[in-house]
Ligand binder design. Structure first.
Ligand code: GDP
Ligand code: ZN
Length: 538
């Protein structure tokens, strides 16, 4: 594994393994330039003339000195001076490089043989083959990236969606690391204030305990906000499954078709046409979204109808988000109520009910189940236990058929689009007969017409997981939860009026956990486990 403090010069092919027109060999370290001088000879007119004049090519090559951030055209040579490939050389001298060390890149032809031979030549000339992630590890060790930024590099490389890439870029810009560093500094400040009281108790004014508690609470809130990004990060990476549920004929298939612009789902005026689950892929806000049109819910007998409803709801439980579609013209009916009730009731078979809140973090339950030592910790957002945390949307479809006055009001509200308007939407839902208690369980209420395409933009906005910003990854989330738990223990030590020594023990634990995220408190094993997941050449 790549040892911290290693100062060898490292080299690797940094371009992908697939056949391409160009491959890049990156060399980083103190010997990067001397290695380049051995491997590369520039092909400038002057150099050619001089080479003709002097036969001591080796001596001349040693005299060539690359300037930083300048591209040279020339040849890569083997030890005997035979040409291996025509190459471009780019030198990025310390500290203005990815690793903060001297970096030289050789751009060779093609994917396979040329690049391998030039790399081999660099190794012969004194470089060592880089470990996975070792360039980025050096960038971290040399202080050019904090640990969270380094992890964003890996996330950027792995990004499968535009939104995931944007999120990784936001992380690379310093989002997670900077916030966590600031929280860690605040914890250290608090720690100092407490520590001096332990050592020089008599000489100092007493601790302002209410102020301390306030600062700790503020920290806990910041931690909770950072943790809330975890769920979104997961969605950005994997895409989102959205199930449409609702009684027959409300326009589920029509909405799926309108959103995806295809004719995948069969639309008829006869209830119960959509028998199997139909999928359609759309991209909203850079996130790939799979829409699932669930089975029709009414067949010939009540018994089957009940099974249909259950099956639909069961399918919805597998999704990341569920859209309950109702017929705005027909109004809220007992069938709608039954589906809504099933949606929001935990079932023994499913992972539980839906949430009215986008921000509740599902990673909380995963991560906290790994650290249950402290027992009764409640990471849920408090709005009833056991929520899976995925949001539900209420879609009032067929507004074109609904009353004219109401329709106008809807349009007005959709144009404004702000979250303040959500309460207005809930009012609209109530006008259609949806009980307030039911409407409030949804993250958003949107009025649409699959026929006129009215409200579809608002629906897309409600489906998209919000503005893309940095998101904590699993490892960071786990550490942040430990920090949050430690701060909770500090608060209970304070309220239990335990001696200050007890406060500082847990505050120290919080500092350590935060340092694991920013990279200010990391062990070599942790670095190994993070950077070994990188690809070679990054
Ligand atoms: P599903 O059973 O929920 O999938 O409903 P469908 O999409 O099959 O639609 C049932 C009927 O309602 C069809 O005749 C559609 O053309 C019609 N429909 C769907 N959405 C709208 C809408 O927004 N406005 C109007 N006027 N008709 C709609
Ligand atoms: Zn349908």
């Amino acid at each position: 594994p790549a040892a911290a403090g290693d100062t060898d010069t490292i080299a690797a092919i940094v371009t992908g393994s697939a056949q391409g027109a160009v491959s890049i060999i990156r060399v980083s370290g103190e010997a990067a330039v001397p290695i380049a001088q051995q491997v590369f000879t520039p092909q400038s007119a002057a150099a050619t003339r001089r080479r003709r004049a002097e036969s001591t090519a080796a001596g001349e090559r040693a005299a060539w000195q690359p300037e930083s951030h300048k591209v040279y055209y020339g040849s890569a040579l083997d030890a005997e001076g035979a040409v291996l490939d025509e190459v471009l050389l780019l030198a990025m001298l310390a500290p203005r490089s990815y690793t903060s060390e001297d970096v030289v890149e050789l751009h060779t032809h093609g994917g396979g043989v040329s690049a391998a031979r030039v790399l081999q030549r660099c190794l012969e000339a004194g470089a060592r083959l880089a470990q996975p992630g070792e360039f980025t590890l050096r960038a971290f060790l040399n202080g050019r990236l904090d640990l969270a930024q380094a992890e964003s590099v890996a996330q950027l490389i792995d990004a499968r969606t535009v939104a995931a890439a944007d999120s990784a870029l936001a992380g690379l810009a310093g989002g997670v690391g900077q916030i966590v560093q600031a929280m860690r500094r605040e914890c250290l400040d608090l720690l100092v204030e407490m520590d001096v009281r332990i050592d020089f108790d008599e000489d100092l004014p007493p601790l302002d305990v209410p102020a301390l508690v306030q600062r700790i609470q503020a920290l806990s809130q910041q931690l909770a906000a950072a943790l809330d990004t975890a769920r979104q990060g997961q969605l950005l990476r994997s895409g989102l499954q959205v199930a449409l549920v609702g009684r027959p004929n409300v326009g589920k298939s029509s909405l799926l078709n309108a959103l995806s612009g295809t004719e995948r789902a069969i639309v008829t005026a006869i209830a119960g046409t959509t028998r199997d689950i139909v999928e359609a892929g759309v991209v909203i806000g850079g996130v790939p979204i799979t829409l699932l049109d669930t089975a029709g819910m009414r067949e010939s007998s009540d018994m089957v109808e009940k099974i249909g409803v259950e099956r639909s709801v069961a399918a919805a439980r597998q999704a990341d988000m569920v859209m309950l579609v109702v017929d705005a013209a027909a109004g809220w009916g007992p069938e709608d109520a039954e589906i809504a009730q099933q949606m929001f009731t935990s079932s023994s078979s499913g992972p539980a009910a839906w949430s009215s809140d986008w921000s509740s973090s599902s990673s909380d339950e995963e991560a906290s189940s790994g650290s249950t030592s402290s027992g009764s910790k409640e990471h849920a957002n408090g709005s009833g236990g056991g929520k899976r945390g995925a949001p539900a949307l209420l879609v009032l479809n067929k507004v074109d058929l609904a009353q004219h006055a109401e329709q106008q009001q809807q349009q007005q509200q959709q144009q404004d689009g702000s979250s303040l308007q959500q309460s207005a939407h809930r009012c609209a839902a109530q006008q259609f007969g949806v009980p307030a208690a039911v409407a409030n369980q949804f993250a958003a209420v949107v009025s649409t017409s699959a026929a006129t395409r009215e409200g579809l933009e608002a629906l897309q906005q409600a489906l998209a997981p919000g503005g893309v910003s940095w998101a904590v990854n699993e490892r960071q989330g786990e550490a942040l939860i430990r920090a949050k738990e430690a701060l909770e223990r500090v608060q209970s030590s304070i309220s239990d009026e335990l001696p200050v020594d007890f406060w500082t023990i847990d505050l120290r634990a919080a500092v350590l956990a935060l340092g694991e995220v920013s990279g200010e408190d990391v062990t070599e094993e942790l670095l190994d486990s993070i950077f070994s997941r990188f690809c070679i050449g990054k």
